[in-house]
Design a protein around this ligand. Sequence first.
Ligand code: ZN
Length: 350
Amino acid sequence: MMNLAISTTSTAFGTFSVFDGIPEVFRSGEPIDFLLNLDGPAAFVLDQGHAQTRVVSCLLHGNESSGLTAVARTFQQGPHSPHANMIYLVGNVRAAKAGVAYFMHRLIDLPMGQLEFRDMNRIWHAEAPIGALAFTESFKRLLAGRSVEAVLDLHNTSGHNPPHGVTLPGDPESLMLAGHLVDQVMTLQLGTGFMGAMRVYAPSVLIECGKMGLLESDVTACRILEKFLMSDLSQKKRPQQLYHTRATVYLDPTVELRLGGKPERAREMSLRVDLERFNLNTPHGRLYVGTYHGDAFPLRIGGDFEMDIIFDHDGSGHIWLKAGYTIAMATLNESNIRRSCLFFLLTKKS
Ligand SMILES: [Zn+2]
C-alpha cells in the first residue's frame, strides 16, 4: 500500500507507523484490513481540539482480536469522543499475521535467551531490549505534552471469564475509570505491562473482554469501547465488585495433565473440565479442582501463602480450593497452563 504514515520507526515488532487521522483503508469495519495494510504496530492520532486525550490499545497479544474488532468497527462508525482527543494503538500485528491463519499467535518467538522480551505486554520498562524500546519510546513520545485523561487496554482471555477490568493494586482513580466500563475488577501487579506503564500519565485499565475467538467477546469489546468514548469520566463510578489477587497457582512442571477422568499414571493430575465456569464466580463452599495420583502435591504457589491454607486434599488425591477464595483466568489450555499459570487466586473486597 501507499504509506500514509506521518512517521515510521523500525522496532522489534516491525515498522511502527503513526497516522494523523484514519486513512480510508482502515475504515472498512474489518479487522483483517489492519493486518493487510500494516507491517507492525500502528498509532492513529485523532486531534479534535479538546484539552484532554484518551488512549485505546488493542492486539498487544496477537491472538486476542476482540479489541481490534471493536476498533475496526469504531473507525467505520465513529472513532471520536465528544470529550477528548483520541489516540488508538494497534499492537502486535506481526504476531497476528504469523502462522497458517490470522490471530493464532500471542507473540512471535525469539531465539533462546530473549524469551522474556517477546511479549508486547511485558516490555514497557526501561530495561527492555533496544528494539522493544524503539517501539515503547516512540509511542510515549506521542503522549508528550498532552494531558492524558484515561487509558483503555483491550484483551481477551484463553479460558471463559466474564468481562472484567484489571487495575494496579492501590489505585482508586483507575478503579473509578473501570467502574464506567465493567461491573467486576481485579487488582494485579502488572508493572511491565502497557496498563502499568500508562498509569504514569493517567488512570489506566486493562479490560478482559471474554474468551478469545467468541462473537460475544467481540460484542463486549465494542460495547466497552463505546462507553469509553461516550462517558463523562470526571464522574466517579465505583465497580460493583472488587477482587484482590493474592497468589498465582501453577502446575508443577513435572506433573502430567489430563482433562477429567481418573489419573492413573504416577505424577498425573486430572483437572475438572468445567473449571473455567468458576472464573470470577465465587463458589458457595470449597471448590473441587481435580485429582492427582502420586506422592507430591502437584500444584505450586507464587505469593505469600502456604499450600495448606489454600487447599484441602484427601488420601485419594482429591484437591479442593478452600471456601472464601475466587479464581480467575483458569484455562483448560495446557500450553497456557504451562507457560503462564493454572489460575489466579483472589479474595473479594466488600
Ligand atoms: Zn492479553
